[in-house]
Structure formats: structure tokens, C-alpha cells
Design a binder for this molecule. Structure first.
Ligand code: FAD
Length: 376
């Protein structure tokens, strides 16, 4: 019997999880090809580590080191997806599949905010690396963490930047000369988890960090060092940490779109309207935040569905569960669990308050994931 060929587009949290699960469960029955334009994987949180001098270099895991039976990695840029024929054209090849899993993440849409430039964002690796020296040199004035719109990757990241900045400025005895403000489209830092939001807001109050919720950054005037907020107010800054608007990668435009161009999926199966074509993670219009832990869980569910279909058995639906770490600065890390699709709606909690012990726990999670995904 010929093997099922699964083509995974994108080697991020979601795509790597699908590949690892299928490789573990059925290497003799399924071949997996993973395509990504990059040569290596970078954890989102390691960008913050580089910015704040916790690590000198961004931690990269090279895809050439994937050592899993039945998994082939191709470093190619995808230029067209045909979800009916299940073919994918790249700059180098045309790939055909029995099952397609689209896990292409979200792109930054810097141009969607007038005046915003690549120079202002810290969400890409290059952007984060630029901030390392700016943070080292920042010793007086107003730091503004400005979010241009939702959804955006890792909803806790703006709060983490504020708390980590407070910590490094306090260590350098510069905190009294500086102000820190967060501008967020959300009314509270983490709306699905009131306990987490309360903990963050109380830390902000203790540390003199201003949280301006239910607002967003709509324009930037870099020459005057001013951002405009949605309510029309202008806010001066000396150092801007911008979170640009996000958009689905252009290449998914051949798939039926849900809200704002994200790939439309059945939230419980993550199937698009095309048979055997799934979309997971940041590019999918599922009712979960854009975060690696949700993409990873979605990847596990899709792998299980592919296996269940092969075996002719039923499978539990996707529940939108995720457990996220939140850096409170100085090595203190909290943990929040949220399930987005229960019969009662979103269920937040439990929230584990920040501690050094959870900080150590978080340090172990990255290497464990790499060992699982890369088979090493
Ligand atoms: C500063 C920061 C901190 C973060 N911290 C956390 C955290 O602590 N916890 C957490 O869970 N999440 C965190 N995130 C969010 C997390 O990184 C993303 O939500 C997660 O990576 C999404 O997984 P994904 O598989 O959907 O997409 P991605 O991991 O983005 O993977 C998509 C892949 O598709 C590839 N791709 C896209 N287009 C093409 C194309 N045309 N051709 C070929 N390849 C293509 C990309 O190269 C990429 O490798 C953070 C993000 C940032 C920016």
C-alpha cells in the first residue's frame, strides 16, 4: 500500500508539531514533507531575551538538523497553493499531496499604520536585535509600547516588555528618570483571564507603569516622536516599541477567507472548506489567540485527525486550550491556562502567580520542544 503524503506548509510551532506527531505515530504509513522559506526556527520569546540582554544571540534551531523518520524538510518559498488539486508551487518545485496542512503564521503589516516603519517594531528577529542597543542606551524619557491593532501574536508580550524594561532600568538606577506606558486595544492586559489581568495591573501600579487599554496606536510621526491614539490623543515618546498590525500571508489568498483575510476553518476540526486541507496556528481564523502554544495544540489535533481518518476511528474535537508563560521581569514568570472552546464559552484559569521556580520551568520547555520536533 502506498504511503499517505502529508504536505506541511510552514515549520513553526504548528507545522513542526504536526510533523513530529505523524512521524512518531505512523512512519511506515505516512510521509511528511515540511516546507519553509527559512533555514531555522526561532522561539518568539527568545526575541525578548535578546532585547533585554538575557542572551547575546537569538537562539536558532536549524531545520537541516531534523532527524525524524518519514519527515523531509525543504527550504523553499511557497508562491501558490491550489487547495482543490492539493498542489503547492514554490520558487523551486511543485509539490503534490494527499493532505495539506497550512501553518504559515501571520505577517507584520507595518504599512497599515501611517508613519510606522520597520525601524520601530520589535516583533521580527531583526527588529528585536535592533532594540538591544536602544534599551542599553535608554536612560531618560518616555518609553511607549504601542499596539497598532488586534489580533497580534502573543497578547502578553507588551506587558512583558513593560515589566522587563522596568527591571533593567531599576537595576541601572534609571527608573526614576523614565516613564513606561502601554497602549493596548484590549481593555485589560489578558481579557480571557481576569486573574492574570488583575496580577499584571497590580504589578503595573506598584511599578508606576501606565496601562492605556481599549485604545490603539493609529499613526506615528517619527520626526516629532509622537504617536496618535484611536481616540485622537497624541502621545510623546522617546523610545517606541511598536507592535504592528498583523495580516495573513498573501499566499493563502487562494483559500476561503474568514475575518480580515485569515483562513476560514471549522473551529472544531480546523478543516478548510476543501477536503483534507487544514489550516492551523496564526494564519487560521480559529477563535483562539495568536500564540505558539495554541498553534502547537492545533497541530496535535490535526495530526490526530489525519491518523484517525487513516484508521477509520473518531477523534475528539479541538478545544482551543493553551498554557502560556508570562515574564514579569527579573526571572519571575507566571503561568496562565485558558480553554477557548468549552460548552460554557471561554474558560480562564488557573493562574499561577509569578515565581523564580516557574521561570526555571519555562527555561526547560524550549529545549524539550526542540528535542520533540527535531527528533534529537
Ligand atoms: C516577541 C514575541 C514573543 C512571543 N512569545 C511567545 C510565547 O512566549 N509563547 C507563545 O506561545 N507564543 C509566543 N509568541 C507567538 C508565537 O511566536 C507565534 O504565535 C507562533 O510562532 C505561531 O505559530 P505558527 O505555527 O502559526 O506560525 P509560525 O511559527 O510563525 O510559523 C510560520 C512559518 O511559515 C513560514 N512561511 C510563511 N510564509 C511562507 C512562504 N510563503 N513560504 C515558505 N514559508 C513561509 C515562516 O517562515 C514560518 O517559519 C511570541 C511572538 C513574538 C513576536
Amino acid at each position: 500500500m502506498s504511503k499517505l503524503h502529508v504536505l506541511v506548509l510552514g515549520a513553526g510551532f504548528g507545522g513542526l508539531e504536526v510533523a513530529a506527531r505523524l512521524s512518531d505515530a505512523a512512519p511506515d504509513r505516512i510521509d511528511v514533507t515540511v516546507i519553509d522559506q527559512n533555514e531555522s526556527f526561532v522561539f518568539g520569546y527568545s526575541k525578548l531575551d535578546v532585547m533585554f540582554g538575557i542572551t547575546r544571540e537569538t537562539w536558532r534551531s536549524h531545520y537541516r538538523d531534523i532527524a525524524r523518520p518519514s519527515v523531509t524538510f525543504c527550504q523553499e518559498r511557497i508562491v501558490a497553493i491550489d487547495p482543490v488539486a492539493k498542489t503547492v508551487r514554490t520558487t523551486d518545485n511543485t509539490h503534490r499531496a494527499d493532505v495539506l496542512v497550512i501553518a504559515l503564521g501571520a505577517d507584520l503589516d507595518v504599512a497599515a499604520t501611517p508613519g510606522l516603519t520597520d525601524h520601530d517594531e520589535f516583533y521580527s528577529v531583526v527588529g528585536a536585535e535592533r532594540f538591544a542597543s536602544r534599551i542599553r542606551d535608554f536612560d531618560h524619557g518616555h518609553a511607549v509600547i504601542g499596539v497598532a491593532g488586534a489580533p497580534y501574536k502573543c497578547p502578553p508580550a507588551p506587558s512583558e516588555v513593560a515589566l522587563m524594561l522596568h527591571h533593567v532600568l531599576s537595576q541601572r538606577r534609571k527608573r526614576a528618570d523614565t516613564q513606561i506606558t502601554i497602549v493596548s486595544p484590549y481593555p485589560t492586559p489578558i481579557p480571557p483571564s481576569p486573574d492574570t489581568s488583575t496580577a499584571l495591573l497590580s504589578e503595573f501600579e506598584e511599578r508606576g507603569i501606565t496601562f492605556r487599554g481599549s485604545n490603539r496606536m493609529t499613526a506615528v510621526a517619527g520626526d516629532r516622536k509622537v504617536i496618535t491614539l484611536e481616540d485622537g490623543e497624541e502621545l510623546d515618546y522617546d523610545l517606541l516599541f511598536a507592535v504592528p498590525r498583523h495580516k495573513a500571508p498573501d499566499v493563502v489568498s487562494s483559500l476561503p477567507a474568514g475575518n480580515d483575510g485569515w483562513v476560514q476553518v471549522d473551529p472544531y476540526t480546523l478543516l478548510t472548506e476543501h477536503a483534507d486541507v487544514y489550516a492551523i496556528g496564526d494564519c487560521a481564523d480559529a477563535p483562539v489567540p495568536r500564540a505558539g502554544v495554541f498553534a502547537e495544540r492545533a497541530g496535535a489535533v490535526v495530526a490526530e485527525q489525519i491518523l484517525a481518518k487513516l484508521d477509520g476511528r473518531a477523534v475528539a474535537p479541538y478545544d482551543g486550550y493553551g498554557s502560556c508563560y508570562i515574564d514579569f521581569g527579573g526571572g519571575r514568570v507566571g503561568r496562565v491556562e485558558v480553554t477557548f472552546m468549552t460548552s460554557e464559552g471561554v474558560r480562564g484559569g488557573p493562574f499561577s502567580p509569578p515565581s523564580l521556580a516557574i521561570g526555571r520551568e519555562k527555561e526547560a520547555v524550549g529545549p524539550a520542544r526542540i528535542a520533540h520536533w527535531f527528533g534529537r
